[in-house]
Design a protein around this ligand. Structure first.
Ligand SMILES: [Zn+2]
Length: 382
């Protein structure tokens, strides 16, 4: 096992530009901007004023017990971000947020930039969201759902990315990952899959597919559940990159973890904690061996994993990282929901370093892995 030591991050050789692989649109718009959008749209149920709104939406340690409670705020945010205009605005803000504050060491209370000091800038960003959940439908029961047109939402998202890239003159490269929902019906996921199949022919801004949502609602442990999800991914096509959230909670045991990975065939997986725990708790290394054999990259989101209790504490996080290294499995670090957790990529990395959970070598290697395993096409950047 690798020996960890506290190292002064100031003496480390940080790259000028890094790749952020795992951020959700719902968690990437600073709270004060969400408030402005909510007021403008006349959204109901946003509390009795700004302070209460912040209190409702900020993901706080004393309120989140698991992934299900972590995801509660997303319903509200998805409504605020629903419709072509709000999606466009949210994407513009999310990209600016990443560029301006991703490398910052301190943030203000609502996620605004709090310090001019930056370790690096985010030069490549993968932003993920579920377009169907931006149509104004809370309960997606079938093919007919929502107030807004999903095609308009997708078009608006892709155009927003193009516009910001142009404005930044190549200083930030952005791609969208579309998420299928564990909490959506098969029919609703199929609607999205067909749209993805069509839209990927018309734009290069959609770079990947993902699966996310409550593992408790649909762990994919039943053959029928998995068969249906395989059909969804098959319909969306094989040209896009694939990453899936799998094994973040005990609802997905290592057998289900293995079957899900074998069936959906991703190149990357997010938070594969079940595979790590199976090894720790019962010396079952099948999940970890599968990750190693397939050369899958693990997307780790430190504060998010601690908030959902996927990982108990930062010391245990160090064990997760060491275990992945033992098995020769690659991993990356990301923020998941930087605005809701009021964090930056730089802060997450410093948390690992200062607690001794990861060494400078491990951190810098993870940044390189992110760069090399992005679904974004490689372009020459200055
Ligand atoms: Zn995530």
């Amino acid at each position: 096992m690798q020996k960890k030591s506290n190292t002064d991050w100031r003496s480390m050789k940080w790259p000028a530009s890094v790749t952020e692989l795992h951020t959700h649109l719902g968690g990437s718009v600073p709270l004060y901007r969400l408030w402005e959008i909510a007021v403008e749209k006349g959204i109901r149920g946003i509390g009795s004023g700004y302070e209460e709104f912040i209190d409702i939406l900020k993901i706080q340690d004393d309120r989140v017990r698991d992934l299900d409670t972590y995801l509660e705020v997303y319903d509200k945010i998805e409504l605020i971000q629903s419709g072509p205009a709000a999606v466009r605005e949210s994407i513009l803000i999310a990209i600016h947020r990443a560029y301006r504050t991703g490398g910052m060491l301190h943030l203000g209370p609502s996620g605004e930039g709090g310090s001019p000091e930056s370790l690096f800038r985010i030069g490549r960003l993968e932003l993920r969201f579920n377009p169907l959940k931006r149509t104004g439908a809370v309960f997606l029961k079938g093919s007919h759902a929502g107030l807004y047109d999903a095609d308009r939402v997708i078009k608006s998202a892709c155009s927003a990315v193009e516009e910001v890239e142009l404005a930044f003159r190549g200083k930030i490269q952005v791609g969208l990952i579309f998420i299928f929902g564990r909490d959506m019906t098969f029919e609703a996921n199929m609607v999205l899959a067909r749209k993805v199949a069509e839209w990927q022919e018309m734009t290069d801004k959609i770079i990947g597919l993902d699966l996310a949502g409550h593992e408790s609602k649909n762990p994919l442990s039943e053959p029928q559940q998995l068969k249906e999800m395989a059909e969804v991914f098959r319909t969306a096509g094989t040209k896009l990159g694939r990453t899936i959230h799998v094994g973040e909670t005990p609802h997905v045991n290592v057998d289900t973890f293995i079957k899900t990975v074998e069936t959906l065939n991703p190149q990357r997986v997010a938070h594969p904690i079940s595979a790590v725990r199976a090894w720790w708790e019962s010396r079952d290394d099948r999940g970890l061996k599968l990750l190693a054999e397939r050369d899958l990259v693990c997307e780790l989101c430190v504060k998010s994993n601690l908030l959902t209790r996927a990982v108990k504490d930062i010391a245990e996080y160090g064990r997760v990282i060491s275990t992945l290294d033992e098995f020769g499995i690659s991993y990356t670090f990301s923020t998941d929901a930087p605005s809701l957790q009021v964090t930056s990529l730089a802060q997450e990395l410093l948390l690992l370093l200062e607690s001794g959970a990861a060494s400078p070598e491990q951190i810098l290697r993870a940044l390189k892995t992110a760069d090399e395993n992005s679904f974004l096409p490689r372009i020459n950047q200055s």
